[in-house]
Design a protein around this ligand. Sequence first.
Ligand SMILES: [Fe+2]
Length: 168
Amino acid sequence: MLLKKIEDALNEQINAEMWSAYLYLSMSLHFEHEGRTGIANWFRVQFQEEQAHALALMDYLNARDGRVVLQPIAGVPDSWESVKDAFLATLEHERKVTSLIHNLYAMAEDEKDFATRQKLNTFIAEQVEEEDSVRQIIDDLTLVGEDGTGLYQIDRQLAARTYVAPQL
Ligand SMILES: [Fe+2]
């Protein structure tokens, strides 16, 4: 039997994942408008991944006979000073999401909800990858600085990213 407090916490996490999706969609649209189509592509894939995270949690709640309750998604920023600013904001946000998942994991552990704890393992691993890939992009951006050719090359590199459904 799924505890109400775990059900509520999972619903909150679903909302957080949907907000993440909305944030990255906003970043994608911003950079599309700026003509940085590779960066826009990277954030569009990121948007798809976040939707997959939310859906995986919804499927899990359903499998546990819980009730998914969709809450309104709060507004997101709609412009960033630079590509690097957007990636710094992404890293900061992903760190926040990591701590939310860790809190959820700790709650599942306290309540001896081993199934939820097990489910969250994949999310914890996903966060490690997420933060690492964003950090690498930030390192590259720091390296090229204001160099137009360097930024162009990063944009082309990120244009190659394709969506692969995460195994959750
Ligand atoms: Fe996520």
